[in-house]
Design a protein around this ligand. Structure first.
Ligand SMILES: Cc1cc2nc3c(=O)[nH]c(=O)nc-3n(C[C@H](O)[C@H](O)[C@H](O)COP(=O)(O)OP(=O)(O)OC[C@H]3O[C@@H](n4cnc5c(N)ncnc54)[C@H](O)[C@@H]3O)c2cc1C
Length: 384
């Protein structure tokens, strides 16, 4: 459905083989222990997949969003935490790739699997309104300095690079922002809490604090006042489409688990399998339709991104809103279809059900996306 060329399909097939061998076996433990999926990330790094979207001139694999979405779906089918950590990395890398300052060394390191990136946007003061940080950089003699509370940072303490948002020095309103690159080990950066999520439990999406962290101008990823533009034009398409792909992967995995359970489990007293119950077959069919519909929608949004038109921005906003809700609905239907077996852990469905719920609250949340889309349709400014 992603309409991949033969070469792209072969690429995604290789990722599937790696994911089956090196990611799936750790997924249950990662969820159970809420531990960072380090084996999965090491395997992705060794195979060069941390350079998935990095240009070949920097040693990367030079793939675009179409292949990235197909890859993220494959990862999410096995371990959604690994997929989300990878997506946050792709978002960070997208910022490096368009940064005003040279980041070639970081791109080369990522392509070699030696640099993991992430985003540190959300703050307790503006919550899910990530486009309006309340922190603000201040000037000192040689540097700017930033003190900020970041409420959720995926790969906190593990990532090597953190794309950090703040208001710029001259800000006259909350969206006058700038993005800086913080590096693990910079003085004043700390992980300040644990990560115990309902789902995506391997994400390490913990809070971080920056205390008077010094940035020289080489660490600025954009010009003062251009932070919002970079968030909206560089980060948002990658994050929204990638989140949609992860949601589709979760739904696909739920279809597979449900199909397997219904066909394998028997009602011996009736001489039937669960699949002989029409209601359960109908639930499975509904899951299949919704999953295919979400993937087809995502593929059409990828088309629109590759050949932009007047509807492209709206479609990009739709992608995550549509797919995240589908993943919640499909995993919920799977839970019903598989009954008590799904309620326990051995089917893996309840992990998919919990992981899927993250998509609707990660910013922009489904509610916000609906508001942005509605505002755009009514000719109003979407971001306030
Ligand atoms: C697993 C996970 C990983 C994350 N990783 C990162 C990360 O790597 N980097 C990062 O910066 N952040 C990250 N976040 C934070 C995330 O992007 C959101 O900022 C966070 O989930 C918002 O939670 P909140 O309680 O602050 O929401 P609130 O802002 O308090 O929202 C509460 C409710 O209000 C609704 N709402 C808010 N504004 C509007 C509006 N304008 N219209 C309609 N409804 C609205 C929301 O939809 C929500 O239902 C992560 C979150 C999760 C769950």
């Amino acid at each position: 459905m992603y309409r991949l060329s033969a070469e792209q399909q072969a690429f995604v097939d290789r990722v599937r083989v790696l994911a089956e061998a090196e990611i799936r076996p750790h997924a249950e433990r990662v969820d159970e222990q809420s531990s960072f999926p380090k084996e999965a990330l090491a395997a992705l790094g060794r195979a060069g997949y941390l350079g998935l979207t990095i240009a070949p001139e920097h040693g990367g694999l030079g793939q675009g969003l179409r292949v990235a979405c197909a890859v993220l779906e494959e990862l999410a089918q096995r371990c959604a935490s690994t997929a989300m950590v990878s997506l946050m990395h792709l978002c960070g890398i997208a910022c490096y790739g368009t940064a005003t300052n040279k980041t070639a060394d970081l791109l080369r390191a990522a392509a070699k699997g030696e640099h993991l990136s992430t985003l540190a946007f959300s703050e307790p003061g503006s919550r899910s309104h990530f486009w309006s940080p309340v922190s603000q950089v201040v000037a000192t003699n040689r540097h700017v300095r930033l003190s900020a509370e970041k409420s959720w940072v995926t790969s906190a303490g593990v990532a090597d690079g953190y794309v950090v948002s703040s208001r710029c020095m001259s800000a006259t309103n909350p969206t006058d922002t700038i993005l800086y690159l913080a590096l693990r080990g910079d003085e004043g950066i700390d992980v300040t809490g644990p990560w115990h999520g309902l789902g995506l439990r391997g994400n390490a999406s913990a809070p971080m604090t920056l205390r008077n962290v010094a940035f020289d101008e080489r660490r600025a990823l954009c010009a003062p006042g251009q932070g919002l533009e970079m968030m909206l034009t560089v980060v948002l398409p990658v994050f929204l489409l990638g989140s949609a792909a992860i949601a589709v992967g979760l739904a696909e995995a739920a279809v597979a688990a449900t199909q397997q359970h219904l066909t394998a489990k028997r009602l011996e007293h009736l001489g039937q399998s669960l699949a002989d119950i029409p209601t359960l077959r109908a639930r499975l069919a509904q899951m299949r339709i919704e999953t295919d519909r979400a993937r087809a929608h995502l593929a059409s949004v990828i088309d629109a991104v590759e050949q932009p038109g007047p509807m492209t921005q709206l479609l990009i906003l739709e992608s995550k809103a549509a797919a995240a809700e589908t993943a919640v609905a499909v995993t919920e239907t799977g839970m019903r279809a598989c009954g008590g077996a799904a309620f326990s852990k051995h089917l893996g469905l309840e992990r998919l059900f919990r992981d899927a719920r993250a998509g609707i609250v990660m910013a922009p949340t489904t509610d916000q996306l609906h508001d942005f889309i509605g505002r755009a349709l009514c000719g109003m400014e979407p971001f306030q």
